[in-house]
Design a protein around this ligand. Structure first.
Ligand SMILES: O=P(O)(O)OC[C@H]1O[C@](O)(CO)[C@@H](O)[C@H]1O
Length: 304
């Protein structure tokens, strides 16, 4: 589910200079938001997906039409507000991505209720339910936690700040913060200590994405580090969404953790090699899968 979907615009430029004028070399536009990207990756891997999102206005129409054209199962809950855009400027010279994420529309009480009812109904019939991306700005994180509690399916949460903090109370099966989100929430700069802190607060497993350094997973009874075999340059936007996609597939199919993490690192690196979020480079994926370095580190001590 993508509670705040976006019409994603990606600009490819030479470099990004604050205060400068940028000549755009290539533009890509498509339906986005974290959950949509997760669904695209899963769909490319041959899994059945259903995108649930509230959307409206001109961008809402674009999002719906693009999901249909992409062959992604979807249920768009209509809203009165105008759905947002997000703009990513990818600097081809250094592979840095600069993001401008609009806040998106507020949702009426009835609109959120209709969306929540849809998610509870369809989510509970899924083999894995993914809760990804930011909330509409007027939605209380506790409503999100209530929603998570009502969906009876293995669950993954990719959110930040108060939304992630509140979601822990629903005991999600996996949470996927990045290093900054983990540090912001726990005050721990060490990702292992941060991940253990999230387990103590309710997560059943934590997979922290550490950019080019790969993943750190604390699975409840043990911990792993998974590092890509080779560094990739390109567009890092959406790399975290590919981690979530791999974890969702592994959760749905009851794959063992080492398999899930190898897939997640390879897909994530192969997404950096693709021009836009929600896609991955097939050759890079195959090469990376054979080269992931996975290490079991130790069973961290935690209570609960
Ligand atoms: O919901 P947010 O946290 O604002 O993230 C949305 C953005 O993140 C991305 O999914 C990349 O992860 C973009 O496609 C963009 O839509």
């Amino acid at each position: 589910m993508t509670p705040n979907p976006a019409w994603d615009v990606t600009y490819h430029v030479g470099s990004v200079v604050p205060g400068g004028t940028h000549r755009v070399r290539a533009v890509a536009e498509r339906a986005g938001g974290k959950g949509v990207n997760v669904a695209r990756i899963l769909h490319s891997l041959g899994h059945d997906v259903l995108v649930s999102a509230p959307a409206g206005g001109v961008h809402g129409e674009l999002i719906r039409d693009d999901l249909t054209a992409s062959g992604l199962g979807h249920a768009i809950i209509p809203i009165r507000g105008e759905s947002r855009r997000t703009v990513t400027a990818v600097a081809t010279d250094d592979g840095e991505a600069t993001l401008f994420n609009e806040p998106g529309p507020e949702l009426g009480t009835g609109e959120w209720a209709a969306f929540a009812a849809h998610v509870v109904d369809h989510g509970s019939r899924a083999s894995a339910a993914v809760f990804s991306g930011s909330l509409p700005r007027n939605i209380d994180p506790h409503s999100y936690t209530a929603l998570l509690e009502q969906v009876h399916a293995p669950s993954i949460v990719d959110a930040s700040g108060h939304t992630l903090e509140s979601a822990l109370a629903a005991r999600p099966d996996i949470v996927k913060p990045n290093a900054d989100e983990l540090a912001e929430l726990t005050g721990c700069r060490d990702p292992l200590a941060g991940a253990v802190a999230l387990i103590e607060r309710g997560a059943r497993a934590v997979v922290a994405s550490l950019g080019p350094d790969g993943l750190l997973a604390v699975t409840g009874d043990t911990a792993y580090r998974a590092v890509p075999g080779e560094r990739v340059r390109g567009n890092p936007t959406g790399a975290g969404d590919s981690v979530v996609a791999a974890l969702a597939a592994g959760l749905a199919l009851h794959e063992p953790w080492p398999h899930r993490l190898r897939e997640a690192v390879a897909l994530s690196a192969a997404t950096v090699a693709a021009p836009v979020a929600g896609e991955f480079d097939q050759d890079s994926y195959r090469r990376q899968l054979a080269a992931v370095h996975l290490e079991e580190i130790h069973a961290p001590r935690h209570h609960g």
